[in-house]
Design a protein around this ligand. Structure first.
Ligand code: LLP
Length: 414
């Protein structure tokens, strides 16, 4: 229930009733608060913050975060094209490639975005490109972390980044072709459990940076966690800033003017701001399990299925009532594994009750699919002034099928 503090249950119920379910709802106030927190914590230092848009790329959210003074971190050419819409300065778009194609590299170079290269082979291709001049390189710091093994990116065996042992070669490749490596980057993982791991990886990068003669910035990645369970402590940004600033104060003594540091979290900005609202459509007692069947599922919120992720569930229609019934919350996808939450204590539920999955603002809608040919849900932005705006209407079932048929070359009647 504590999760609903900033966004009232009444407001969420009103949105569910007026917009319909399922829908994602994002609270602008929370996003702005998270943005202010990071900017404030480092305001006396040359630190820039980027938003990893993969967490939530609704254009209204991008606009909001950009206006708060945060840049964009992207990981695909498609994300680059999306961000291009929001900035006139392509260098402000940081593009971390991951097994990119030659065509994507060519297009990124032409656009002039800041390209972050994660393998020697790709660096060689980049250096061979006649119009390429400078880039950032992604290092594998051999320090990983993350809320689940699948999102640990800094481990020495992970697919990401250039091994420390290959750095000399990377510098040589660039120098031989007259290109400049102007940035160094690492991202150790998502939902970091031990902030000391991030600090340790930062030290590795600061140390390695001495091997790069043309460096203008170091990007330490993202991964700042969200406390999904009430037992988890929130990430202490002020404490983290204290430790980081100590490192920066020493490091900056030997840096040229304009040298700066970057961070690029995604979840930090949006996770806590978001709720997935859904309606109870069936209540079923199996032998030992009492199910609440909903009008959403793993196609809208994949995190519980692929990472065993926890999202608090609140029955908004029974808000404040005693939670004395055990329910398993299931989706409407035709798979036994489509369970969004196991064994949750909730007030006694009735058909048509509205449930909220909390902390669903990051990696919710961006990972949604049309599995079972299901329609995508609506997205709604709650404004700081109490009003709200549908920032992406729900697809109807008819639209979903008509679009699909048309894309596959089948004529449909309109
Ligand atoms: N930078 C890079 C290079 C990344 O790969 C990621 C996330 C981030 C930044 C942002 O990480 P964040 O601050 O949001 O933790 N689908 C998973 C998360 C996968 C994240 C992948 N990369 C989940 O739902 O937990």
């Amino acid at each position: 229930m504590t999760k609903i503090r900033e966004t009232s249950a009444q407001t969420l119920l009103r949105v569910a009733n007026q917009t319909g379910t399922p829908c994602y709802v994002y609270n602008e106030t929370t996003i702005l608060r998270q943005s202010r927190l990071v900017l404030e914590a480092f305001k006396h230092h040359p630190v820039k913050w980027l938003y990893a848009i993969k967490a939530n790329d609704n254009p209204h959210i991008l606009k909001l975060i950009q206006r708060a003074g945060i840049g964009f971190d992207t990981v695909s050419f498609e994300e680059v094209l999306l961000c291009q819409h929001f900035t006139d300065d392509p260098r402000q778009i940081f593009y971390t490639e991951n097994s990119m194609s030659d065509a994507e590299m060519d297009a990124a170079i032409r656009l002039g975005v800041t390209l972050n290269i994660g393998s020697l082979k790709r660096l060689e291709r980049f250096c061979d490109h006649p119009e390429a001049h400078e880039c950032c390189v992604r290092i594998n710091p051999a320090i990983g972390d993350g809320h689940h093994a699948r999102v640990n990116t800094g481990d020495s065996e992970s697919k990401f980044g250039i091994r420390i042992g290959q750095i000399e070669e990377a510098v040589a490749v660039a120098q031989k072709s007259g290109k400049r490596i102007i940035g160094l980057h690492a991202h150790i993982g998502s939902g970091i459990k031990e902030p000391e791991n991030l600090i340790a990886a930062m030290k590795v990068l600061l140390e390695l940076s001495r091997e790069f003669p043309d460096l203008q910035f170091i990007n330490f990645g993202g991964g700042m966690p969200t406390p999904y369970r009430s037992s988890e402590k929130p990430f202490d940004m002020a404490r983290f800033a204290e430790l980081a600033i100590k490192l920066f104060d020493t490091d900056l003594k030997n840096r040229p003017d304009g040298f700066h540091y970057l961070f690029e979290p995604g979840r930090w900005f949006v996770a806590e701001a978001g709720f997935l609202l859904t309606k109870v459509q069936t209540i079923k007692d199996q032998l030992e399990t009492r199910y609440l069947g909903t009008d959403t599922g793993m196609h809208h919120l994949m995190r519980p299925i692929i990472y065993d992720a926890w999202h608090d569930v609140v029955n908004l229609s029974k808000f404040g009532e005693a939670a004395d019934q055990l329910y398993t919350i299931s989706g409407n996808i035709c798979e036994s594994g489509d369970i969004l939450a196991f064994d949750r204590l909730l007030p006694e539920a009735e058909m048509d009750d509205i449930l909220a999955f909390c902390d669903a603002g990051a990696y919710g809608m961006t990972m949604a699919s049309q599995y079972n040919r299901r329609a995508l849900p609506a997205e709604v932005l709650l404004k700081s002034d109490g009003s709200y705006q549908v920032i992406r209407p729900a697809q109807t079932a008819e639209e979903t099928v008509a679009e699909f048929l048309a894309k596959c070359g089948f004529e449909t009647e309109t």
